[in-house]
Write a protein that binds this ligand. Sequence first.
Ligand code: ADP
Ligand code: MG
Length: 580
Amino acid sequence: MAVIGIDLGTTNSLAAYWADGRVHFVCDETGSPLVPSTAAYIPGKGIAVGRKAREHFLAGGEGVSSFKRFMGTKKEYTLGGKTYTPMELSAMVLHKLKEQAEGIFPEGIEEAVITVPAYFNDKQRSDTKKAAQIAGLKVERLINEPSAAALAYRMQYGSGDKSLLVFDFGGGTLDLSCVECFDNVIEITAVAGDNYLGGDDIDRLIAEYGCAQRGLDYSRLGLGEQTELLKRAEEAKCRLGEPGEGELSLTEDLLFEICMPLFARMKELFLHILEDAGLRVSDLDDLIMVGGSSRLSVVKRFLTELLGKEPVVLGDTDLVVAQGAGIYTGIRKRDAGIRDILLTDVCPFTLGVETFRRQGEKKGYLLPMIERNSTLPASRRERLVTLNDYQTAVTVKIYQGEEYFSRDNIYLGEVTAQVAPKKAGKEWIDVYFTYDINGILHVEIVNSKNEHNQILLANQTLGGAELERYKREIEVLMTPPLEQEENQKLLERASAYYEQSTGARRERLGALIQWFLAGMNSGRLYRVRKAAAEMERQLKSLEEADRQREDLLFDGDLKWDLDLEDLEDDDGKDLGNTGD
Ligand code: ADP
Ligand code: MG
């Protein structure tokens, strides 16, 4: 069975796989591998994901995008009157990619490798895995986007020792990562970035500039006008590389000017990450341009000036991360063509537990267990003693972050252990932290009686019932359009019958339609299918009855074995549509 690699992006997502010694991309019916990470509600059709959704959304329809920014949070998005978390919306995108990939691998997708930003925390990683689970994908491993880019680089430039800077300039974000490659190891040594610096900002600057040229104030335009203007700005931007004049006569030089404020922020981040990694510009062997916005030649121009040499472009910059994920699937399948490569990572943040120095202290402080920038996998044991006389339990609260007081950090979870009641400080527990390469944190407490209590923090896979519920929901949302169309046709057929009927028959049809609609809107695929099957059966029997009756009228050949009860109250008019 197949293994696919997925770049689950803020703006676009795509899937790739390894075959015949190279990476292939999974393309949609238009031949494009990019699936916009957008979900929309199309009235009468339901939820759509990808290109159609983006078009609907850009035309002012109901839709959501950029939800990856809020991955790991409980933020709620409304679509078609229902609310969804970023995790559920991501599940829809993954489901779409899986469906497309199944076109190539009818035997099914066995496993997926998904890329995530290097700075993603435990919750964000675990929600990404849950999203995959809901979409029906098995995920053994998440890999960091810059590591994937470095893999793609190595395919082209060989596996020598290299200090790389991955410059990933996407739709809404800029992610910089320092990556060291040596032997068969790829290690991220520093990350920096801006969650609000991307192609969208360029579009807005172009739109603002266009407005200013015409003496207009962009911020005073209506939302609809702004959206339309942004759409045109993006089109003009993307057309820059192509021959021919755009609608907004944009030139390279003008765009370079317009982007100056963004370049200034980029330069700051660039200097910051080099400092963090302890590198000088001259230590960098290469800068790899990644992300859709890196297609812009003005960005390349800016980077060339910054580096004093040309950055590396590995083909289509928006495909690089997926390409790396595709290569990694080859490594996972132990394809003879690729060497096994270790993607080690560093932990980009500190993980620790809350402790108190004194009895009665209100604010606990964070005892670091796994320090920021530790190479993964990492583990550590720490012995903690009781704080209060005769306490019978200890609750260990787990946090992520760099702040002194624990409550200023991100709370991840807690685990409790029973302890023998003794004088304060006389009883102890051992706390074990293990943080693995997939960003999964395992915390275990062992008390003096050797009793174990544990919590798994990133890998919290969804429990049976919860998973089933999510799966059913996503299945309904993802009911193939064909099925939706068929259901629509059923409804039309039933409505036509309803209009033609009177009396008890009309009433029965009315009840049937109502029941059918309730099934359609139930949010449960099995109910949708059941309602459709029942409607089909009822309509068939009605149509059959009509045909029989027509036979009766024209042939005089009575068929009394048929139950014509339904027709009793009919007014006897021609029912039409009797088929041939
Ligand atoms: P993400 O990683 O954020 O999901 P991508 O890497 O796919 O996103 O980048 C999307 C961004 O790339 C969008 O802002 C889009 O306008 C921009 N983009 C795509 N193609 C081009 C192009 N030919 N020229 C300039 N920008 C482009
Ligand atoms: Mg990306």
